[in-house]
Design a protein around this ligand. Structure first.
Ligand SMILES: *[C@@H]1O[C@H](CO)[C@@H](O)[C@H](O)[C@H]1NC(C)=O
Ligand SMILES: *[C@@H]1O[C@H](CO)[C@@H](O)[C@H](O)[C@H]1NC(C)=O
Ligand SMILES: *[C@@H]1O[C@H](CO)[C@@H](O)[C@H](O)[C@H]1NC(C)=O
Ligand SMILES: *[C@@H]1O[C@H](CO)[C@@H](O)[C@H](O)[C@H]1NC(C)=O
Ligand SMILES: *[C@@H]1O[C@H](CO)[C@@H](O)[C@H](O)[C@H]1NC(C)=O
Ligand SMILES: *[C@@H]1O[C@H](CO)[C@@H](O)[C@H](O)[C@H]1NC(C)=O
Ligand SMILES: *[C@@H]1O[C@H](CO)[C@@H](O)[C@H](O)[C@H]1NC(C)=O
Ligand SMILES: *[C@@H]1O[C@H](CO)[C@@H](O)[C@H](O)[C@H]1NC(C)=O
Ligand SMILES: *[C@@H]1O[C@H](CO)[C@@H](O)[C@H](O)[C@H]1NC(C)=O
Length: 519
């Protein structure tokens, strides 16, 4: 049984009953929220220029049909319309998601251009298997038999979209939906134009999608504040401020419409409408038991190196601590294992090689690279290697939906400044951790594995929630809360506040030392 409730611009004839009813509904939406396990999906960074695959990899992707412009759809702008579903008869109440059927240029066409997605190699193989990429054919005893893929780190848009198609509370009736998903492959789109294209080319899809969205009746309900989308590249790639040709990226996230949308990406910037979700890594299990088996293996593994670093120096970035990290690793003799991604770049993108190194290390160094975050953080977690961070924006202010509030439980923090000034020997700092303490920390890291992976969408977890289950749950909580604030006639702007929100992103994060100074 469904009940259609029209909330009429704040005017209500029977304030009392109206309030009672709303309180009941919101209590349910917020506190009695009984989510259920979704199904699954996932991805990582790998370059396979040698292998070529045919366009039939695209066969798995449904082509969204164009829908006519709804410019003339009779939808009164000042009416906040909401269908409230009876929670007793409908387990999806408060969880419905409506997926926009975008014109193909915003997703399907981008995939068909897979040879040009990245300047230096052919991305087509990475689209296979719902965006997981080719299966690892020779796990060599390092990996479990199945569930491992050569996933490219920028594939989240495709992985998320494929997975959401399996979501159990989809609706075609957008008036019933709590949240509206925009399956726009913004990162894959702009990735084609980041190098050597002018700003009008880089911004073309951004303006195109905004133009399209504004014409949809779903937009006018909350001006985008119930909308969300997923970007498979870092937020910085979409945050260009002015039209200076030499500035980086597109303007997408700085457009007023996108400031009203909840944005998920592999690295967020300091806006409060942005949330970071894990980089796709290589492990995409199909069942709880696959996860449990792998957890057991990495927990029991004897680790001969105290710490490891897989990466390359950044000689042109004057503030980079990578050079010093590498020096310290090399001079630490047998206690540190360095996987040199400059000399052995291929290995750094090969699941067997990366896991082979990380499974033998107690700690894995995760210094910033081109940006604060790294896919390697998630490679280290799935390997049961305790991450060592040097900047609070590398993880603590990012994956707030995923990691424990107390960072000391699962990671080590060494302030970047101590590396720059040469005041800290990483070797000595990590040697101070007792075997007992390391074991306890590793246990926490291994517990994170199901949360940071993208499970196989063809199957489902019963016991665990993966990265997408968690993201969807949090997005729904957020849009329901924003909806409630709006319907109460209050202003939800704080949920969409402009940059410089790092402090609030770090609120509640605790550990054995202060994370200041922030900049
Ligand atoms: C809002 O919707 C109600 C019911 O459909 C309608 O009677 C009313 O005229 C609408 N208000 C506005 C401002 O369009
Ligand atoms: C519906 O809401 C009531 C009251 O909040 C709650 O007790 C009940 O468990 C909910 N039913 C379902 C199916 O979620
Ligand atoms: C929505 O409509 C499409 C196309 O008509 C249909 O294939 C799909 O099953 C519908 N989805 C739901 C959740 O009703
Ligand atoms: C930008 O580049 C495109 C294609 O390369 C070209 O057609 C267009 O005229 C350029 N625009 C400006 C403003 O230079
Ligand atoms: C555009 O960028 C160039 C190079 O970085 C810089 O010299 C110039 O001042 C910038 N122009 C504006 C308007 O900011
Ligand atoms: C963003 O949302 C606010 C509040 O709902 C609205 O006033 C504003 O017009 C919206 N912006 C755009 C570009 O739609
Ligand atoms: C590494 O080994 C060299 C030579 O064996 C020694 O001089 C140096 O002190 C060692 N470094 C550390 C950090 O143990
Ligand atoms: C954080 O975790 C560490 C290690 O488990 C513990 O010693 C410390 O008391 C915790 N700090 C807070 C504030 O909970
Ligand atoms: C680093 O060491 C130097 C000299 O020992 C000291 O003066 C400085 O304050 C230290 N810096 C930090 C950040 O601890």
């Amino acid at each position: 049984m469904e009940k259609k409730l029209i909330i009429n611009g704040g005017h209500c004839h029977n304030q009392f009953w109206f309030t009672v009813l709303l309180s009941f509904v919101f209590c349910f939406l917020l506190f009695c929220f009984d989510y259920s396990v979704l199904y699954s999906s996932n991805s990582g960074v790998s370059f396979y220029s040698e292998k070529t695959q045919k366009a039939n990899q695209l066969a798995a992707i449904d082509e969204p049909s164009e829908i006519p412009d709804s410019q003339n759809f009779p939808f009164p702008e000042n009416n906040v319309s909401l269908t409230i579903v009876n929670n007793v008869t409908d387990p999806c109440s408060g969880k419905y998601i409506y997926v926009h059927r975008l014109p193909r240029r915003f997703n399907v066409d981008v995939l068909e251009d897979c040879r040009n997605l990245v300047k230096w190699f052919n991305m087509c193989p990475s689209l296979m298997n719902s965006g997981f990429g080719p299966k690892v054919e020779t796990p060599q005893g390092v990996l479990s038999e199945k569930n491992w893929f050569e996933t490219n780190q920028f594939m989240l848009e495709l992985i998320f979209h494929q997975r959401i198609k399996q979501y159990e509370c989809l609706t075609n009736d957008s008036s019933m939906a709590s949240a509206v998903y925009i399956p726009f492959y913004a990162g894959l789109d702009v990735g084609r134009y980041l190098w050597g294209y002018n700003v009008s080319v880089r911004d073309s899809s951004a303006f195109g999608i905004v133009h399209w969205l504004r014409k949809q009746r779903e937009w006018n309900r909350m001006f985008g504040r119930d909308h969300f989308f997923v970007a498979g590249r870092i937020a910085w790639d979409f945050r260009r401020r002015i039209d200076n040709e030499s500035d980086w990226g597109s303007r997408l996230m700085n457009l007023p419409e996108f400031m009203n949308i909840t944005v998920l990406s592999i690295e967020s910037s300091s806006w409060s409408n942005e949330f970071a979700v894990p980089y796709p890594t290589y492990f995409h299990p199909s069942s709880d038991i696959d996860v449990i088996r792998w957890q057991k293996r990495v927990r029991a593994r004897k680790r001969r190196h105290l710490f490891c670093f897989a990466g390359a120096p950044r000689p042109t970035m004057k503030d980079s601590i990578r050079g010093e990290i590498i020096n310290q690793c090399l001079s630490a003799n047998q206690t540190c294992r360095f996987l040199d991604c400059k000399a052995e770049g291929n290995k750094c993108n090969t699941p067997v090689e990366v896991i082979k190194v990380f499974r033998d290390c107690k700690f894995c160094l995760q210094p910033p690279g081109d940006s604060y975050t790294r896919r390697s953080t998630f490679d280290s977690i799935i390997s049961g290697c305790i991450p060592v961070f040097f900047h609070p924006y590398s993880a603590y202010a990012q994956y707030i939906w995923y990691f424990p509030k107390n960072y000391t439980k699962y990671s080590v923090y060494i302030p970047e400044i101590d590396i720059k000034t040469g005041n800290v020997s990483i070797d000595r700092a990590l040697s101070r951790y007792s075997e007992h303490r390391i074991k306890a920390m590793r246990k926490e890291v291994v517990k994170l594995i199901p949360k940071v992976i993208y499970a196989n969408p063809k199957s489902r977890f019963e016991r665990y929630e993966d990265a997408i289950d968690i993201a969807v749950k949090r997005v729904l909580e957020r849009v329901n809360k924003v909806g409630e604030i709006t319907r109460e006639g209050k202003d939800p702007s704080v949920e969409f506040a402009a940059g410089n929100q790092w402090k609030s992103k770090l609120s509640g994060i605790v550990g054995d030392q202060p994370l200041e100074p922030l900049f």
